[in-house]
Design a protein around this ligand. Structure first.
Ligand code: CP
Ligand code: NVA
Length: 312
């Protein structure tokens, strides 16, 4: 893999990223993390600018992009939809063309995947998906980095996502797992299981990597897991479905009994955060010794910095 080939590349959903390119970002993130721990100071984004468009709220993603870019000498500009014309007076295409003339790169968090794809097509600069209804690819990078730190590898690890199998986090984990050869099991009630179209796409990458992707509604499938992962029952934008979600997902809470059902005392717990403690995960699990959620949150910054270093 030639790192120069990544210059100018966008990250909209990881589907057009090869396993080698993903591994390269993970290695760069590991070295960025080491360097940050050593207190090294670099100024690799001097003279560069980053537009941060947020239609939805964020703590980790915004702060990871903003601090990673700013501490390297770059100038991030936060643009909520209260601030810019996008979505009200101006089309996505026109916004992309204008921002592309002024910024070195654009991050977008919002509702439609089509918006981030249009930005990437029209802007002429790298565009990063900071979460849409369908995908959360920068989260998936931090998640596999965390698994690699804990287990020294990702290939062959059994990662179980327990919860809303249709959501952005579960879907991006399916893409990255099938590219990197994980054994990824999505455990959800039938009403919330991952769509067949995405599974079909994952099959072609799994064929190359040796990944195994399993969809089930049975909690027995946690047996042998190296990591249990969950996410909120109600994603941003779906607040009106709260009652239905609580009803469907209550049996799928990650609690001590489910952790024990893995039969693996070294199984770790992961969550993209923010968490609703007492709903998708209990306090003893998220605050317990198996929890790696704070490392995961920190790794958002290192992987996002690596992504920007590689593509800018
Ligand atoms: N995990 C994640 O994307 O967190 P934020 O919503 O705080 O950005
Ligand atoms: N699935 C969640 C992830 C938050 C980081 C949401 O979209 O709200």
């Amino acid at each position: 893999m030639n790192p120069a080939a990544l210059k100018g590349k966008s990250l909209v959903n990881l589907k057009d990223w090869s396993p080698e390119e993903i591994e390269y970002i993970l290695e760069l993130a590991e070295s960025t993390k080491r360097s940050s721990r050593n207190g090294d100071v670099h100024q690799r984004f001097i003279g560069k600018t980053l537009a941060l468009i947020f239609e939805k709220r964020s703590t980790r993603t915004r702060c990871a992009f903003e601090t990673a870019f700013g501490e390297e000498g770059g100038h991030p500009v936060f643009l909520s939809t209260q601030d810019i014309q996008l979505g009200s007076k101006e089309s996505v295409e026109d916004t992309a063309r204008v921002l592309g003339r002024m910024f070195s790169a654009i991050e977008f968090r919002g509702f439609k995947q089509a918006t981030v794809e249009t930005l990437a097509r029209e802007a002429g600069v790298p565009v990063y998906n900071g979460l849409t209804d369908e995908y959360h690819p920068t989260q998936a990078l931090a998640d596999v980095m965390t698994l690699k730190e804990v287990f020294g590898k990702t290939k062959g690890l059994k990662l179980c996502f327990v919860g809303d199998g249709r959501n952005n986090v579960a879907r991006s984990l399916a893409v990255i797992s099938s590219k990197l050869g994980l054994d990824y099991t999505v455990i959800s009630p039938k009403e919330l299981c991952m769509d067949q179209a995405l599974l079909g796409e994952c099959e072609k990458w799994s064929g190359v990597s040796g990944a195994k992707i399993t969809i089930t509604d049975s909690l027995d499938a946690v047996a042998g897991a190296n990591a249990l992962y969950t996410d909120v029952w109600v994603s941003m934008g779906e607040e009106s479905r709260r009652d239905e979600r609580v009803r469907l997902l209550s049996p799928y809470q990650v609690n001590e009994s489910l952790m024990a059902r893995t039969g693996n005392s070294s199984c770790v717990f992961l969550h993209c955060l923010p968490a609703v403690k007492g709903e998708e995960v209990t306090v003893p699990v998220i605050e317990g010794t198996a929890s790696r959620v704070w490392d995961q949150a920190e790794n958002r910054k290192h992987t996002i910095k690596a992504l920007m270093l590689a593509t800018l």
